[in-house]
Design a protein around this ligand. Structure first.
Ligand code: C2O
Ligand code: CU
Ligand code: CU
Length: 506
């Protein structure tokens, strides 16, 4: 199989690594490694597996694999008015057949796991009528989008069971990017997400320089099923380390086959897992990173692997390759002596047989400018910490922001509309935590670990950034709308246990 790519690369380093990787199309897999991978690292065979010493689990093989990747279902626009996207989302329990012959009760948006993809354009107004048919209060949070605080699904604005509300907001110019939506009610966020409530949202720009590339969308989620095929509650280990199931799914499927239908594709990837870190790689190939949470980078960047913390998204260019898509082992310093991390096969990537033609000539050297918001006016410091007690053989855990557990009735920090701020976030704990803030995108300035300060090598709009144990990350941000914004750890169990705080923008 010989394919040639005719790319007009700029002077950036992106092209070099990628072209080099083109020389090896196949056969680069380390077989020893390969044999260790297929079972997602939780044992294999038909023996029920134990997790945290509590629940017997369905074997990994109980879910079919190797089927063609399904496209995310799309939320249909019911409006024919230009610039208006009007639709309805209902959160409700639903019966799904994930393992053949077993009905699993999940909670889903519009009955689909994951929820339907919302695809809109910069400048559009969204009117989403939301109906809550769950037995718990919920909200929809528009993760990463600059929506007004009272439309952003804060825990302060619950939609009671059986009730409905309208979410209405307009997406400004410059907001093109890869986002998602999920519940954010007080107390129930981890459960509602691990039972299935999450969906993807893409904002497109009229002047997207990569618009000619075909796209694939990979929403990666995590699922645990007990031996009866049901989604069990969190156990102590889940609360401590964040929940990871025995299944890692792409668009709801285990180990699907992703077929590339063009010499170069643009993939958007979501880490919608509650707590699982995804160190993504196509072994033997270079991934060209072109976008992060808040849209395109200034130029493409060739990378051998990309770490996607819970909540993060990326856009990558993938050129014709046959390889597994891997989540390589990543040690995030979990507590309680968990089994060692293993490499996981997330999917198999194949080339379409009839693939022909060459990639469009495109320059990855000038995707779009990212303008620094200007000189810093105010500084803030946020410290993530944990308190861990063993009491009567049970872990008593607290996850704190600036020494306090979340209190919905407390304002923790105050910012002014339009003011450029430098936030210093320090992880004063021995486990990784991904920091996330609502309502805006930020630019990471530098990272500091063990007295070594590393300037961020490139500008990227993000709303979520990982912090290694005892690492400090300094970010620049501006909030543009008055109201309450949340900032928290995006390991959802940590958020649920109190590692969240409220910012008041005035
Ligand atoms: Cu993904 Cu506070 O959110
Ligand atoms: Cu968010
Ligand atoms: Cu955390």
């Amino acid at each position: 199989m010989q394919r040639r790519l005719f790319l007009r690369w700029g002077i950036g380093i992106a092209g070099v690594g990628l072209l080099a990787s083109r020389l090896s199309a196949q056969g680069q897999m380390d077989h020893q490694n390969m044999s260790a991978m297929p079972n997602m690292g939780h044992g294999s065979g038909s023996m029920p597996m134990m997790s945290g010493g509590q629940t017997a689990l369905l074997p990994v093989e109980a879910l079919p694999h190797g089927k063609p990747l399904t496209r995310l279902p799309q939320l249909q626009n019911q409006s024919n008015q230009p610039g208006l996207f009007r639709a309805q989302l209902t959160a409700a329990p639903v019966q799904v057949e994930l393992a053949p012959g077993i009905k699993t009760t999940a909670w889903a948006y519009n009955g689909s796991l994951p929820g339907p993809l919302i695809e809109v354009h910069e400048g559009d107004t969204l009117e989403i009528r939301f109906i809550n048919q769950l037995s718990q209060a919920t909200t929809i949070h528009w993760h990463g989008l600059p929506v007004p605080p009272d439309q952003d699904g804060n825990p302060h604005d619950p939609v009671a069971p059986g009730q409905e509300r309208l979410y209405r907001f307009t997406l400004p110019k410059g907001s093109a990017g890869t986002y998602w939506y999920h519940p954010h009610p007080h107390g129930h966020t981890p459960e509602q997400v691990f039972r299935g409530l999450a969906g993807a949202l893409i904002v497109r720009a009229a002047d997207d320089p990569l618009a000619m590339l075909p796209e694939q969308h990979l929403l990666i989620s995590d699922l645990r099923l007990d031996s009866a095929g049901q989604i069990p509650a969190n156990n102590d280990m889940d609360w401590m380390n964040g929940r990871e199931g025995q299944f890692v799914l792409i668009n709801g499927q285990r180990q699907p086959v992703i077929t590339q239908s063009a010499p170069m594709e643009r993939w958007r990837i979501w880490n919608a897992c509650s707590a699982r870190y995804l160190r993504l790689a196509l072994p033997g190939h270079t991934l060209t990173l072109v976008g992060t949470d808040g849209g395109l980078l200034e130029r493409g960047l060739g990378l051998e692997e990309i770490l996607l913390a819970p909540g993060e998204r990326i856009e990558v260019l993938v050129t014709g390759q046959e390889s597994p898509l891997m989540a390589l082992a990543y040690d995030r310093s979990k507590m309680g002596n968990p089994p060692p991390e293993k490499d996981l096969v997330l999917a198999q990537v194949r080339m379409a047989n009839n693939l022909s033609g060459s990639s469009p000539a495109l320059s990855l050297d000038k995707l779009r400018p990212i303008t620094d918001p200007g000189p810093v006016k105010t500084r803030k410091r946020v410290v993530f910490s944990e308190i861990m007690d063993m009491q009567n053989g049970r872990h008593d855990m607290q996850f704190l922001v600036n020494g306090k557990a979340f209190d919905m009735n407390r304002v923790d920090l105050t910012s002014r509309v339009g003011e450029v701020e430098l936030w210093e976030i320090y992880n004063d704990s021995h486990m990784d935590h991904p920091f996330h803030i609502h309502g805006t995108q930020f630019l990471v300035q530098e990272r500091e670990l063990k007295d070594k300060v590393t300037a961020e090598p490139y500008r990227a709009w993000r709303d979520t950034v990982n912090l290694r144990p005892y690492e400090t990350v300094r970010i620049k941000l501006v909030q543009q709308q008055p109201g309450l914004r949340m900032y928290h750890c995006h390991v959802l169990e940590h958020e649920g246990l109190g590692m969240m705080a409220t910012l008041k923008v005035v």
